[in-house]
Structures are given as structure tokens and as C-alpha cells.
Design a protein around this ligand. Structure first.
Ligand code: 5GP
Ligand code: MG
Length: 176
């Protein structure tokens, strides 16, 4: 594996602040709903765990795992579900929680798929909107951080399954 350094981009304190800000908005928009939260594995689990602790309405949570046949650091081609949610979502108010939206391919595909089950509403919450390579439009209702580019790890995000446990978010910088 090529050698690399990790450079801190977002501190745990900044994450906490943004998670609280986004949770407050969700609390306003979804007051009175029974929210069905779907976390996209593996990357969003830490974000989900923090986010739902600030939600004040009744919340159910389930997880989906999506696999894409792509390169190591970019999504391209076919997407499939390798672990599905286990509750019917017909008529439910759904909040999909994703770690990073890059090209938009994964999330656009999944939201399209979810709509076939006729939920009452589907909203999307992303920890990071990485917009430079966006090729498929996907409406992001809640975003904690926006960044142009860079490969990020930590706070649930991995590089080759490493670094998910870091409390901050770091950029991977490969040695020349
Ligand atoms: P998209 O389909 O939007 O191109 O890719 C989305 C998925 O690619 C994300 O859910 C994430 O799993 C992965 N991904 C995109 N950018 C990054 C990144 O900077 N770091 C990590 N760890 N994963 C990323
Ligand atoms: Mg992901």
C-alpha cells in the first residue's frame, strides 16, 4: 500500500457543533412525526449514533449496506444492496443518513429504490457534501460540512477499512 499522511480537516468539537445544528433543524422539520432513520453502512454509523441522540421525536433506526463495483476511491457502475433494512417503510417518514456524497451515484440510486415502497416522505442527511465530482443530482436536505474534494477518513469513514475509529475527520495525503 502506498504511504500516506493524515491531515486533520474537521475537529471532534466542530463535528459535535454541526451535528447539534443539523439535529435542531430535523427536530423542527419533523416535530410530531415518527421518524424512520436509515443509516447507510458502514460509514455513517458513528454519525447516526451521535445524530439520533439529539432527536426529540420518536425514532426508529435501521441500516442498509450498499456495495458498488467501483474503484477504491470512486463510485462507478452498478450498485446493489448487501444488507437490507428489516422493516416496511410504506407510509413512513424516512430520513436517510449518509456519510459522504461524492458523485451522488450511490445515494440517487438508493433514494430511487426506496421510493418504490411508497414512504410518506424521504429526506436526506449527509455528514459531508463533497461536490466537485457530483455527476448525479441528489437533493440533500441536511448537510453538516461541504468540501470541494479530498479523500477523508475518520468518524466512521475508512481508507481500506482503517481509521474509522478516529474522533476527527482527516484528509489522506499520499506521498509523492
Ligand atoms: P458516490 O456514489 O456519491 O460517488 O460515493 C459515495 C460513497 O463513496 C460514500 O458513501 C463513501 O462510502 C465513498 N466515499 C466518497 N468519498 C469518500 C471519502 O472522501 N472518504 C471515504 N472514506 N469514502 C468516500
Ligand atoms: Mg458510504
Amino acid at each position: 500500500m502506498q504511504e500516506y499522511d493524515l491531515v486533520l480537516r474537521i475537529s471532534p468539537q466542530e463535528i459535535e457543533q454541526q451535528v447539534e445544528r443539523i439535529a435542531a433543524r430535523i427536530n423542527q422539520d419533523s416535530a410530531g412525526q415518527n421518524l424512520f432513520v436509515i443509516g447507510i453502512l458502514k460509514g455513517s454509523w458513528m454519525f447516526c449514533a451521535d445524530l439520533i441522540r439529539h432527536l426529540q421525536m420518536p425514532v426508529e433506526i435501521d441500516f442498509v449496506r450498499l456495495a458498488s463495483y467501483g474503484m477504491e476511491t470512486a463510485t462507478c457502475g452498478e450498485i446493489r444492496i448487501t444488507k437490507d433494512i428489516e422493516t416496511p417503510i410504506g407510509g413512513r417518514d424516512v430520513l436517510v443518513v449518509e456519510d459522504i456524497v461524492d458523485s451522488g451515484t450511490t445515494l440517487a440510486w438508493y433514494v430511487d429504490y426506496l421510493r418504490k415502497f411508497q414512504p410518506a416522505s424521504v429526506r436526506i442527511c449527509a455528514l459531508i457534501d463533497k461536490y466537485e465530482r457530483r455527476s448525479v443530482e441528489v437533493p440533500l436536505d441536511y448537510v453538516c460540512f461541504r468540501t470541494e474534494k479530498g479523500f477523508l477518513v475518520g468518524y466512521g469513514l475508512d481508507y481500506a477499512e482503517r481509521h474509522r475509529n478516529l474522533p476527527g475527520i482527516y484528509e489522506v495525503q499520499f506521498s509523492q
